[in-house]
Design a protein around this ligand. Structure first.
Ligand SMILES: [Mn+2]
Length: 400
């Protein structure tokens, strides 16, 4: 059986952030077409806590769904003090339920883990029977597969301020609440091993999970919300936000599907309203400087891997740095090269860090430097070739 997982949708009111609602709607559509009926949301479903959750409640009620028998067992085993709601065994014919508070009625089941933006979510905020809010560490179990293989246990941990994920697991271990393998840890926080990119959306460390925690408690997979950029590091996966929240959340966005038979995790693209790209280009005042920038731009566009139908969704922010012989011409060349694309918030290419330069001798030097840098075998760490070129430019060309 398959289960879908997303996080960090940061919903506000529909009329404020229609693109975020469209993203979760698209996830649900794709789940339907693959016959997946469980969605786990690993924190920050909402951008902030409000007094009104009715839009999401209605959204979940409306999603009627062709019934499949693959529900997570209804015996959501409840640890700590969480009320155990459903004790019906899943015999696969829930259509009989015919409504009632806790009936899922063939709709997609939403398991919501509170994140640092919505830490106080409670089941009482929602009336739709297919919404489960996880308010304390809880194990949910997938149905056994057709070949009768072991069911997979998901250990869901809500975000808790001033605690680490490791501390919570340790506490639960004391109480013998950690499931036996195979199990999947789902939480909301920072993974501390080799994480190079902090979350620019919110600096600071949130409910950390360390490499040692993972080695010691040994979940088979870990899926975390909080970092908005999708990534995987060993057995740790961040689905990332399924819709770029702003120009800094770039590229195509995804959600995850986990196959509980094989523990394979795949990424699925979300059809979003917009795709953001936030780019920086370096310009050089060489004799063929305008061809050079045109080529750079066409490489940049290639790298976006945008299908024809996605081109009109793209929103760009472009910062240009370096030196030119003609700022006005440079500006026009860039505009012309990107005429098929739209800029974020109708901005223009930003040329404020482009300086004028016209000394032929030093231009010859910088051409040579550029060619040498291009020849370097360089893995872009800790600085990119463009970063190096930019520094070199300033060394050679800046006014003395
Ligand atoms: Mn978030």
């Amino acid at each position: 059986m398959k289960i879908a997982i997303t996080a960090d949708i940061h919903l506000k009111k529909k009329n404020e952030t229609p693109e975020r609602w469209n993203a979760i709607y698209n996830i649900v559509q794709q789940m339907r077409s693959e016959n997946i009926d469980t969605l786990i949301i690993a924190g920050d479903l909402f951008d902030k806590e409000t007094q009104n959750y009715s839009e999401f409640d209605e959204f979940c009620k409306k999603e009627s769904y062709i019934h499949s028998t693959n529900y997570l067992n209804n015996k959501t085993k409840s640890i700590n003090n969480q009320d155990s709601e459903d004790n019906k065994s899943s015999k696969g014919n829930e259509n009989q339920n015919g409504g009632g508070e806790n009936s899922t009625n063939g709709r997609i089941k939403f398991y919501i883990i509170p994140g640092n933006h919505d830490p106080s979510l409670r089941p009482g905020f929602f009336t739709s029977g297919n919404i489960k809010v996880i308010t304390s560490p809880s194990v949910i179990t997938s149905s056994a597969n057709h070949s009768g293989k072991n069911a997979i246990k998901f250990f869901l941990i809500p975000y808790t301020p001033a605690k680490s994920i490791g501390e919570v697991i340790a506490e639960e271990k004391e109480k013998n609440n950690i499931p036996s393998n195979p199990w999947i840890l789902v939480g909301h926080g920072d993974y501390i091993a080799g994480l190079r990119e902090p979350n620019p959306y919110e600096p600071g460390i949130y409910m950390p999970l360390t490499r040692n925690d993972i080695d010691y408690y040994n979940p088979d997979r870990v899926i975390l919300g909080h970092i908005h950029k999708k990534m995987s590091l060993g057995k740790v996966y961040y689905p990332g936000s399924p819709c770029g929240l702003d120009i800094n959340e770039t590229g195509k966005r995804s959600f995850l599907i986990i196959d509980t038979d094989t523990l394979e995790i795949i990424e699925k693209n979300v059809k979003t309203d917009y795709i953001f790209f936030n780019e920086t280009l370096i310009v050089l005042p060489t004799t063929n400087e305008f061809d050079y920038i045109k080529e750079k731009i066409s490489k940049m566009i290639k790298k976006w891997e945008a299908e024809e139908e996605n081109i009109q969704k793209i929103r760009i922010r472009l910062k240009v740095k370096g030196f030119t012989s003609d700022r006005n011409k440079l500006f026009n060349v860039i505009k012309e090269s990107l005429k098929n694309f739209s800029f974020y918030n109708n901005e223009e290419p930003d040329l404020t860090e482009v300086l004028l330069f016209s000394d032929p001798e030093r231009i010859t030097i910088i051409e040579k430097v550029r060619d040498q840098i291009e020849k370097l075998e360089w893995n872009e760490e800790p600085a990119t070739k463009d970063d190096i070129l930019e520094k070199a430019l300033h060394l050679v060309l800046r006014e003395i």
